[in-house]
Design a protein around this ligand. Sequence first.
Ligand SMILES: C[S@@+](CC[C@H](N)C(=O)[O-])C[C@H]1O[C@@H](n2cnc3c(N)ncnc32)[C@H](O)[C@@H]1O
Length: 242
Amino acid sequence: MAVLMNALMLFFHLLSLPLQLMEFVGIYSLYKRFFPFLVYKISISYNKKMHDYKKELFSNLAEFAEPGGALRLLEVGCGSGANFQYYPRGCRVICTDPNPHFQKYLQKNVAENEHLTFERFVVARGEDLSPVPDASVDAVVCTLVLCTVQSPARVLAEVHRVLRPGGAVYFMEHVVSDPSTWTYFFQHVFQPLWYYFGDGCEVTRATWTHLEAANFSELKLRHIQAPLSYLIRPHVIGYAVK
Ligand SMILES: C[S@@+](CC[C@H](N)C(=O)[O-])C[C@H]1O[C@@H](n2cnc3c(N)ncnc32)[C@H](O)[C@@H]1O
């Protein structure tokens, strides 16, 4: 089976050659203008299917606010702000994303979520959150991002830095399936094309290993089979406390 999988991977790598070439000459970067529209549309259906999981995941967010203060929340790789509806009333939100073209869609979600205070949008990669001071936020949210970043370990180190002691990072990420499954097989076969469709997204990441290796004092993580298309069905969700 491994031989067949590798042969098909090679085939899809070859199919993706024009895309690789477009990336090499810089044309693929035009996709970054269209990608936010795609994410905005997809996140509406993702939220419908994952509503109960998100509601449950974010249900204790408010507990991380310091006594008498509003929850200070940083969202890394915020995209269109699809998580805003799950944040507690009065929460103060800073958003970061390396793609400035998300701002238009982010503003739509800001306008629809008057229960929170939107502070600012910062164009930054999760690997370098230097505009955000050390220990300055109570919670960080990172959903469907660690599949795309160049270095999950560096992003988690930055998240750890900006969190105050006792603060928490919340995550919801699709991950690689168990090697005994067909999902694992097809995740690897389609990965070369998926990468371009998903603006660098990898469905073959064992993201939980990075969360386990990061320097958090407590990790609440569970593996679920999300009610989504099979390539992104395996997810890890939970939070880690600094
Ligand atoms: C699939 S979208 C998810 C958006 C949003 N978090 C959500 O749950 O709807 C992936 C996001 O990760 C962002 N991203 C890509 N590379 C990144 C990096 N190195 N650091 C932070 N975010 C990144 C993309 O620009 C995009 O907004």
